[in-house]
Design a protein around this ligand. Sequence first.
Ligand SMILES: Nc1nc2c(ncn2[C@@H]2O[C@H](COP(=O)(O)OP(=O)(O)O)[C@@H](OP(=O)(O)OP(=O)(O)O)[C@H]2O)c(=O)[nH]1
Ligand SMILES: [Mn+2]
Length: 209
Amino acid sequence: MSELCKLRGKSDSVAAAIVKCVNFSATKHRSQRRKDPEQTPYINHPIGVAYLLVEAGVEDVDTLQAALLHDTVEDTDTSHQELDDTFGPKVAGVVAEVTDDKSLHWRERKRLQIIHTPDVSHEAKLVKLADKLYNLRDLERCKPLGWTDTRVAEYFKWSAQVVAGCLGTNKYLEGELEKLFTLRNVELQPGRSEEIEEEKAKSSVREIL
Ligand SMILES: Nc1nc2c(ncn2[C@@H]2O[C@H](COP(=O)(O)OP(=O)(O)O)[C@@H](OP(=O)(O)OP(=O)(O)O)[C@H]2O)c(=O)[nH]1
Ligand SMILES: [Mn+2]
């Protein structure tokens, strides 16, 4: 076993860990397509998100694995336990942090992302930034089937609020996102902390009731 493997406490080499993860994600997403007119295979998205992290200088294998797996629990039959058993608690934990609760209404899920993002780990913020950058670039490339220009504009505005909760995490990703927001005249406002605290208080009251 190489020194790096021993250090990581796993039997996989880094290359094997990444390939295992790509294969797992491809198998889980195999029947899914993107919403673009070409119906691109869905797996292009998690691979692209992980590649954006590589471009951003991220070398941490757990973070790259979490990026490859980031939509498996939200969008496939994968459970948190399965990720924990296969890739360990760190990777499963980051995926959990970026997973929306699909049992909630779409609007509520979107609202909760804005509120919860400032509190997630550094690794989860990296995955979130890359996820948003990929999806926004995809929107610039072409409109998903059934989306209006207004819906695209709303997605940009909402994303800016989520990204605002990740600022100070990675210069490259934030710079690329800023370019896209500037082109659309969308303001990237950091630190709307009072509003977020107010929303969080309202959410916890709702959870109690
Ligand atoms: N831009 C774009 N997005 C597509 C396409 N096909 C699938 N998607 C996915 O659609 C989601 C955004 O659409 P929404 O209507 O806002 O969300 P929903 O699908 O989760 O309900 C993203 O999910 P996500 O990655 O989980 O991110 P999030 O935005 O839900 O946080 C994105 O990956 C496509 O062709 N273009
Ligand atoms: Mn995604």
